[in-house]
Design a protein. Sequence first.
Length: 154
Amino acid sequence: MDYETLDKIADAYVPLLAIAFLGGLAGIAFRKPNERQVLLRVFLFFVGLLLVSYGLMFLDNAMGIWPAVGLDYSTHTAVALTLVLSLCGLARQFWKPLASSFVLYALLMLYQKYHTVPDILSTMVPILLAALTFAWLLFWRAKERKSVSTKIGC
């Protein structure tokens, strides 16, 4: 495949993930109305990570954090990872194909020379740290509170 074709594939990846996430969110909400509380948490997880992704982009543009160490912040990596992690929250059974698609996307970015391995990895670290924090706040801690309230009869 030529550069332009691969470029179109790379350009389509994030929008396709967004369509899958929003469609999945709406589909599950429609089919399983009793799951809306969980879906709200997944949506908040997504919005939080999206804010971190774009917030870091704006911060990097204003302060030159990544260029100061010879790197380039990859907004595409941040948003793609946000969507992949959010999709995993919607449909855990698809985590392997979703993770594989992200790895292939990263390899495509490397092949097309959009970013380097350090660019991609240094972008992933704060997104993953934020994801762990949000997952703890929205899912794991919520389960702990629910199990405690169930034990005390609330």
